[in-house]
Design a protein around this ligand. Structure first.
Ligand code: NCD
Length: 305
């Protein structure tokens, strides 16, 4: 049994295998429709979600398995004061695999220590979000055809944006990758990511507070939402929330083959006028999330088509 708490729990080779499996599922989904027959996925979501929870559930249903779970802490025994350890110890006797989202950093790791079945981190506070990164990698593979020699601009809330942290960790393992970090001073990338995965690995990077100044250099622009729920006060959020808005005009400064990614939900940071630009791939990205989660569930359960 294996857990996926951090994207680095998977080797580069395992990621290649997942991408290849996801590609095959996309090509012939009917081959996989009974792969997880009689298997149960539990989705334990202590924090709001649309795509992550529904794509996990849709993935398991597409494999012929079943799903159970809850989508808010208030409807679980956490509201009565039950610990994560106890909740998971019990749920692991009801399900074969668990996907957990929690507002506290490290909660899925604690869960994995008390679970008899594999635990997948579906987002822990402002920390990590490895299955969004798998989704991002499948998107990059389809849209750019490679993981190496890419200049990736990450824009918005780099401090609390857990998808950014996991994506940087994953991409730091490929040759010739360069990061362009675009954020206001207050929302800069935290040192637990910057030091270990950029500086210590001698990866080329630059920082900017201006999207216009750097957009022309990018192969990928990864936009993010300012993470309101992680702020300590509303005033700071209101001041920073519209720091960057990608418009059709700004897209004119970008390369013709640059792609725009976003984990979604979008609030205001990408104008809807950009949606019809062929370089905007965030809705395709959301679709890839289902297929890569199908591949991940199969691998962790050790099942084949
Ligand atoms: C992201 C998350 O939950 O971190 N959403 C997602 O899973 N697709 C990004 C966000 O909420 O801003």
């Amino acid at each position: 049994m294996k857990n996926v708490i951090n994207i680095l729990d998977l080797t580069v080779e395992e990621i290649d295998e997942l991408v290849a499996l996801a590609d095959d599922i996309i090509a012939c989904p009917e081959k996989y429709q009974e792969a997880c027959k009689h298997k149960i996925l539990a989705t334990l979501f202590f924090e709001p979600s649309t795509r992550t929870r529904l794509s996990f559930e849709s993935a398991m249903l597409g494999l012929g398995g079943s799903v159970l779970g809850f989508s808010e802490a208030g409807s679980s025994s956490a509201a009565k004061g039950e610990s994560i350890a106890d909740t998971v110890a019990v749920v692991s006797s009801y399900a074969d695999i668990i996907a957990m989202r929690h507002p506290k950093e490290g909660a899925p790791l604690v869960a994995s220590m008390h679970s008899a079945v594999p635990v997948i981190n579906a987002g822990d506070g402002g920390h990590y979000h490895p299955t969004q990164t798998l989704t991002d990698l499948l998107t990059i593979h389809h849209e750019k055809g490679r993981f190496d020699n890419l200049t990736i601009g990450l824009c918005g809330d780099l401090k609390f944006g857990r998808t950014v942290h996991s994506l940087i960790e994953a991409m730091s393992r490929y040759e010739g990758v360069k990061f362009v970090l675009i954020s206001p001073e207050e929302l800069k990338l935290p040192s637990f990511v910057k030091q270990e995965y950029i500086k210590d690995k001698h990866i080329e990077y630059c920082q900017s507070t201006s999207l216009d100044d750097v957009i022309g250099e990018l192969d990928i622009l990864y936009m993010t939402r300012v993470q309101r729920e992680r702020f300590f006060n509303e005033e700071d959020y209101l001041r920073l929330k519209d720091s960057y808005i990608l418009t059709a005009e700004k897209m004119r400064l970008a390369r013709p083959d640059m792609i725009v990614m976003h984990p979604l939900p979008r609030v205001n940071e990408i104008s809807t006028a950009v949606d019809s630009d062929p370089r905007a791939c965030y809705f395709r990205q959301a679709r890839y999330g289902r297929y890569i989660r199908m591949a991940l569930i199969m691998k962790l359960l050790g099942v084949r088509a």
